[in-house]
Design a protein around this ligand. Structure first.
Ligand SMILES: [Zn+2]
Length: 354
């Protein structure tokens, strides 16, 4: 697995493998630099167990605010603010899966390889009453979403899209609760589509749409980020980074993501009932899943298994990989300082144990 991709470029330090980035333009650097630097810090614990680091492109000479140009390499991850000048979201947020140096893009490479478009700025968050994610600080929300996007750059697919996510009864995928589903199911073109059996009703058609990449592209693109990769035409299965399914991964969507949920119902992704422990008498079973292990945005972190995944993809030594894989049993990774000399110092904390 580690020999396929992502294959990070070389670095000036022999044993390190860098995801090298630059900003698409001045505006992207200005709006996104603080978010990117904090998100780099959030991945730092994984660097302690692997050869992996996120660094400005070599041509940037250590400048974290580096703009892509003739001096940077063509294969740097190009990070772009996806909003229009008026602040409207022009593109959805996305990052090409896996970062690979130019010339090694043979795996059905797509045009946005080595690109990140990030539009998750000035988010609204949710409040307590909605039953969903809680975020009190929009900047923290941006940092968590950037940490997730960098995870795609590192090479990770969504944990909930792992081919075994549904088939092994880890999650229940309920696309009928996705935003836009009612509207999509009333599309006259869907009912007129002769590729479906003529007697098939809207509900069954949408069920096919929500589990088929070409149909979702045509009729309901939000499902593309939720459906099992086992259903997709492109084989991402070798990018699945760890043997254990991980509800707490920074790469797992929260149950309320893209959902039009009323409290306690209508989440697009929930734990399979078989995986939910029986609650104490008088309490409700908890089917909810939260990206980064916590409902509160400011308490989220990469999981122990995320650290282990990085160690599998970018091995430093057998000892380090083993230590990463033993983190969960050892009580998890500890708070660590992160420093960019002369620029930025912080401490990175694991998600608190529930
Ligand atoms: Zn994602």
């Amino acid at each position: 697995m580690a020999t396929v991709y992502p294959a990070c470029a070389g670095s000036p330090i022999a044993h390190e493998r860098w995801l090298r980035y630059c900003f698409a333009d001045e505006r992207s650097a200005t709006t996104l630099l603080p978010t990117v630097v904090h998100a780099i810090a959030r991945w730092w614990p994984a660097s302690l167990y692997s050869a992996f680091k996120i660094q400005p492109d070599l041509g940037c000479r250590g400048d974290y605010r580096c703009i892509c140009g003739p001096h940077t390499s063509a294969d740097a991850l190009r990070i772009q603010d996806g909003r229009t000048a008026e602040g409207q979201t022009e593109f959805v947020t996305f990052t090409g899966i896996g970062y690979a140096p130019a010339g090694r893009m043979s795996h059905g490479a797509v045009w946005y390889r080595n690109r990140m478009v990030f539009s998750w700025l000035n988010p609204d968050g949710y409040d307590e009453a909605s039953g969903g994610t809680i975020s009190t600080d929009p900047f923290v929300e941006e940092v968590i979403m950037m940490t997730h996007e960098l995870g795609h750059g590192i090479g990770f697919v969504h944990e909930h899209q792992r081919p075994d996510a549904e088939s092994s009864n880890w999650i229940v995928y309920q696309p009928q609760f996705l935003w836009g589903y009612p509207h999509a199911s009333q599309n006259p073109a869907l009912m007129a589509d002769t590729s479906f059996p003529s007697h098939m009703g809207a509900v069954d058609r949408m069920s096919r749409v929500c589990n088929s990449e070409p149909l979702a592209q045509q009729y309901f693109s939000p499902a593309l980020d939720f459906m099992s990769l086992a259903h997709r035409t492109y084989d991402y299965s070798y990018l699945v980074g760890s043997p254990q399914y991980d509800y707490k991964s920074i790469m797992h969507y929260s149950c309320d993501d893209a959902s039009n949920a009323a409290p306690h119902q209508g989440f697009a992704l929930v734990k399979h009932p078989a995986r939910v422990p029986r609650p104490p008498r008088g309490q409700e079973p908890d089917y909810k899943i939260w990206m980064g292990g916590r409902r509160r945005m400011d308490e989220r972190a990469i999981s122990n298994a995320d650290v282990a995944r990085v160690a599998l993809l970018y091995p430093l030594s057998q000892e380090a990989t083993r230590a990463a894989q033993g983190l969960e049993a050892a009580g998890g990774w500890r708070a660590v300082p992160f420093v960019i000399p002369g620029y930025f110092t912080t401490t990175v904390y694991p998600a608190p144990t529930p």
